[in-house]
Design a protein around this ligand. Structure first.
Ligand SMILES: [Cu+2]
Length: 286
């Protein structure tokens, strides 16, 4: 009688090990891919202002540090699990009260925490510093829109929900923002600036931004503030310094101002027809 040929035992063991190894590698890779982990940004925006670039680098440093320490911990756990898995009643060598080792694993984390704290402090100080500047924008949030006024000029932009008002600022210039709210708490957030601040009724929040490239950046309210919170959008348009000066000048020229208003109204009507905007009885201003 013929019996089916069996593969040599060594080959079966090797195939099983190989399968296990593939699974062990594939699982963490799948977890990384499925969680949408992006490298090297780790999900953050590279930043369009000087301080947002620092925030981005800080975030990268934290993420890389966490990944290295996470990998070390996982490797040590796996090593202990595999190397000392039960074989009979053998107990691995016990090494508690190893003073140099205990000092090492106490001192090293403390140094790491100090390092992270110092790096955060440097970046945060940069973020909250308010260097002198003569470009100032008063940003006022209301249910559900934004008003941008430029003290000392006639420039004024406002819009609600999908009207998507646009704050125009010059490139490579410190721009002081005076942020306030007319009614409830709102959040001023621009993804490309890695920056968010509350707009609080009765409180003036001040900060300075310095955009490094021209372009238009999307912003939105980040604090649930009522019915059309989700539509409380705005844009930040960064233009050259000469374009900024001529944009400001259009508000001193009544004809140009009227033309600009008419143009923006047409756009507003087009977009506003898609999504409801608040009735026109809204009171603007503080
Ligand atoms: Cu809001």
């Amino acid at each position: 009688m013929l019996t089916p040929a069996l593969p040599p035992q060594g080959a079966t063991v090797r195939a099983r090990r190989w399968r296990r190894l593939r699974r062990a590698v594939a699982l963490p890779l799948a977890a990384l891919a499925l969680s949408g982990c992006t490298v090297p940004s780790f999900g953050a925006h590279p930043g369009a202002t000087s301080s947002s670039k620092s925030v981005y680098h800080l975030w990268q440093g934290f993420s890389i540090g966490a990944a290295v320490i996470g990998a070390l911990v996982v490797a040590l756990i796996l090593y202990a699990v595999l190397r000392y898995r039960r074989k009979g009643d053998r107990i691995p060598a016990q090494s508690q009260y190893h003073l140099p080792l205990e000092v090492l694993y106490t001192v090293v984390p403390i140094l790491i925490v100090f390092g992270l704290f110092a790096a955060t402090l440097v970046v945060e100080n940069k973020e909250v510093s308010n260097p002198k500047t003569n470009v100032v924008v008063d940003v006022n949030a209301f249910q559900w829109g934004w008003k941008f006024t430029y003290p000392g000029t006639n420039a004024l932009v406002y819009g609600q929900t999908t009207q998507n008002p646009e704050m125009v600022i010059p490139v490579n210039t410190n721009v002081r923002i005076n942020l306030s709210s007319s009614d409830v708490i709102h959040g001023f957030y621009v993804e490309a600036f890695n920056f968010s601040r509350y707009a609080l009724p009765g409180v003036l929040n001040q900060f300075t931004i310095r955009a490094q490239n021209t372009g238009t950046y999307f912003g939105q309210c980040t604090q649930l503030c009522g019915l059309y919170h989700s539509l409380m959008w705005f844009r930040v348009k960064v233009v050259s310094q000469s374009d900024y000066a001529s944009w400001i000048a259009t508000f001193n020229n009544p004809t140009a101002e009227a033309a600009a208003k008419a143009a923006s109204k047409t756009t507003s009507q087009q977009t506003a027809s898609l999504v409801p905007s608040k009735p026109s009885s809204t009171k603007f201003g503080r």
